[in-house]
Write a protein that binds this ligand. Structure first.
Ligand code: SF4
Ligand code: SF4
Length: 133
């Protein structure tokens, strides 16, 4: 009995349409809710580092000294966390179809223009330092 069930499924799969799309030869269906890849508006970024802290796959690196925002596309799992957490909404999820890749093309580096100044030390800690000196 199990054999006939299996044969029926095999024949149905053989003559029917494939259950999956022939990616990457056939582009995936894109809807307004599709997640493609993360893009940044470098002019709006305030280098707060929230996206880097929230990224579960450590795909983003914000370097204040070098004024860069870097993403490793092959580490990104397209979870959208960085887009949701960015306080100035300079990250967006692009829905453009990206072809499959077989080699790592390296990190994508973007140069940001504004670097958030470090917070001045609290008054209490300044007083403590004076007492110790
Ligand atoms: S992209 Fe947004 S969250 Fe990330 S460092 Fe820039 S301002 Fe902050
Ligand atoms: S979409 Fe998710 S995995 Fe990709 S860079 Fe943003 S937080 Fe990281």
């Amino acid at each position: 009995m199990a054999f006939f069930e299996m044969a029926k499924t095999a024949i149905r799969s053989f003559v029917g349409k494939p259950a999956t799309r022939r990616y990457p030869f056939v582009p995936g269906k894109v809807t307004p809710l599709s997640r493609g890849h993360v893009t940044i508006d470098v002019a709006s970024c305030i280098s707060c580092g929230m996206c880097m802290k929230k990224c579960p796959s450590e795909a983003i690196c914000v370097n204040k000294d070098e004024k860069t925002w870097t993403i490793d596309r092959l580490r990104c799992i397209v979870c959208n966390s960085c887009v949701e957490v960015c306080p100035v909404h300079c990250l967006t999820m692009d829905t453009v179809y990206s072809p499959a890749v077989t080699t790592h093309s390296g990190l994508e580096v973007f140069h940001i223009t504004y670097v958030k100044p470090e917070k001045p030390p609290k008054a209490d800690s300044v007083d403590e330092n004076k007492e110790q000196a």
